[in-house]
Design a protein around this ligand. Structure first.
Ligand code: GLV
Length: 329
């Protein structure tokens, strides 16, 4: 047996990334198109020092207790709500994520989903494909204006700022935002964004884009009460995480036309989608693809691999989330 450290790649990924890892590690690669059960993950992780995760594999105290050799979990995602970070820190296990390399691509998609939602792109395409189009008509699929309107952003990290810049500089939108902490005056100026309270954001936005991390505090941050505060003609776009929006409440609000439309790339309990969302017409649904261009996905996978190599081979991860975990070893 080789004396290379053993790692698990929890889901299929780029062959060149597996090759990069195989130069340093003995790699077990789950080629199945699913993460498997927690028991399968636990069993695959036996004897492994590191794991390459995709954001879907849950790393919690029970798993860590069963995998004492594990030293690092490298997520190929900027979000890391699949990690119980305090439990990882307590167990001396480092977590890493994949920030920055996906910022602009994800912001592009946020804007694409906003446009598709406001201008009813998928709904009108379904109509055309169904052979229902008879005539040009003055109000056929009339949607919501985008340019010159007010763009609201909840969660003003790097991706939120990218969306703000696109709205302000490309579409002449007034940008308002709410965030746990206010941006520096320089960043606010570069995004042409104005800080407001969450309530002012809900009431003021013509288009509200969610880009905040999923935490216990942001669970159902947008539910029936928040939707009721929004403008009747508003659109809501979620590219953050499922669970931030109460999908059942949103489906009802869309059906009752409480707001004009929604665009959702993420869902509570995905890949399951709340059945009511599948039957309302005024929602654009995409399968968690905001960062999905091949160059960006390759950059994310390479960064996850470099975190494993950096830490397990050279003693230093590139983008550590909980460096304090190292004090526990
Ligand atoms: C994708 O959702 C990510 O967090 O990178």
């Amino acid at each position: 047996m080789s004396d290379k450290p053993r790692i698990l790649v929890a889901r299929p990924t780029f062959p060149e990334v597996i090759e990069r890892l195989a130069a340093h590690f003995e790699v077990e690669h789950n080629q199945a198109d699913e993460s498997g059960s927690p028991e399968q993950l636990r069993s695959r992780l036996q004897g492994k020092s590191g794991v390459f995760t995709t954001g879907a594999e849950r790393i919690d105290a029970a798993l860590l207790a069963a995998c004492p050799q594990l030293r690092i979990c490298a997520n190929m995602a900027v979000g890391f709500n699949n990690f119980d970070l305090p439990a990882m820190t307590a167990a001396g296990v480092l977590g890493t994520n994949a920030p920055d390399v996906l910022t602009e691509t994800t912001a592009d998609f946020g804007f694409a989903l906003l446009m598709a939602t406001a201008r009813r792109v998928t709904e009108s395409e379904h109509y055309l494909r169904a052979g229902k189009w008879q005539n040009w008509s003055y109000d056929l699929f009339a949607g919501q204006e985008v340019h010159g309107t007010t763009l609201g952003i909840l969660g003003m990290g790097r991706i939120g700022q990218g969306i703000a810049r696109r709205g302000a500089h490309g579409f002449g939108m007034q940008v308002i935002y709410h965030n746990r902490s206010r941006l520096s005056p320089e960043l606010e100026a570069s995004c042409k964004a104005r800080y407001v309270t969450k309530d002012e954001l809900l009431q003021g936005a013509d288009h509200l884009v969610l880009v905040l991390p999923y935490t216990a505090e942001s669970h159902h941050a947008i539910g029936a009460a928040e939707i009721a505060r929004m403008k009747p003609g508003a659109t809501l776009v979620n590219i953050a995480r499922g669970g931030i929006v109460d999908d059942a409440a949103l489906a009802l609000a869309l059906r009752e036309r409480r707001i004009a439309a929604a665009g959702l790339d993420v869902f509570e309990g995905e890949p399951r989608v709340h059945p009511d969302l599948l039957t309302v017409p005024n929602v654009v649904l995409t399968p968690h693809i905001a960062s999905a261009t091949l160059p960006t996905r390759l950059a994310m996978a390479t960064l996850a691999a470099d975190n494993l190599i950096g830490f397990l081979v050279h003693g230093k991860a590139v983008t550590p989330l909980n460096p304090q975990a190292l004090e526990k070893r």
